[in-house]
Design a protein around this ligand. Sequence first.
Ligand SMILES: [Zn+2]
Length: 346
Amino acid sequence: MKNLKKLSEFAAPSGFERKLGEYLSEEFKRTKSVKSVYRDRIGNIYAEIPGKSKRKMIVAAHMDEIGLMVNYISDKGFIKFITIGGIVADILPNTLVRILGEKKEILGVIGVNPPHAASSGKKEIKDLFIDTGLTKEKIEKAGIGLGTPIVFETSFSNNDNVYIGKAFDDRIGCAVLLHIAQEIKKVPDYTILLVASVQEEVGTRGAQVVSLSNEADCAVIFEGTFAMDYPGNSPDDWTSYFGGGPAFTLMDGTMVSDRGFIKEIENIAQNRKIKYQYKQPRNAGGTDAGKLHLSKNGMPCAVIAAPCRYIHSSYSLLNKHDYESMKKLGVVICEDMKSEIIEKIF
Ligand SMILES: [Zn+2]
């Protein structure tokens, strides 16, 4: 839980992952399993765990979260913004946000009318503004100007079997990478390349760099995905559900999964008695796997995601059992995946 709280509360929207990358690098270096850590020029972090063979398996998660970016400051100090990644306007009114000024971070509230005034109707992003209560001069003194990133100000909490926090998409995946580095016991058959990628939420841009610069035999991507098992949705539209274990992607908007590879991972999960579910196939959405599976000669990818309710908003819910199962699955996939599997499948 310590890892997840720390990771969830990190402010790292797409393009601004540097501090989180440095933190993860330090944590990777602290482990016994990781032999080298490096960063590429877009900001992706790589940590290598040597295996028995030269065969390589990438295990990836993205560091970035969705956010906002300042695109106008009025004379009175009201801040207008654009979105970084997929955010709908409906979830924003009256949200507490943290503006990441170069000199100082400042909190603000996205303004709304009180019920006493006439409703201003449905809003679009361009109609919304952040109110810090400060003058334009004070805001600029904090190093806030055009292009300053903004994140949701959300504290992590713990509700019996549920975690509540922000950016579970994909700090859960980052937590899995750390857990693998910290907990792996056996020398794996594959050399494992842990990759914490950047800029997934704005179009899997970090993953594109990974795919152009790395040759690996296969990849497993750990994610947070959406679970819609709540009022208003029938089970035929849940996508994934709480308590069912990590969800395996069969098809999304950017990849048709290799079933042979998925089958191998299912075998590992079954042998280790780890519960899992299939994510309902969708024609939309995508992950870093969309870029990674197209690299070099093709790289079979499996996407495994913990079901989260209300992702891409300021508060998400995550079931603890699903989270624990996914972390365990991360370790055993690295430990149990046989290097000859790739020949067997292809
Ligand atoms: Zn994600």
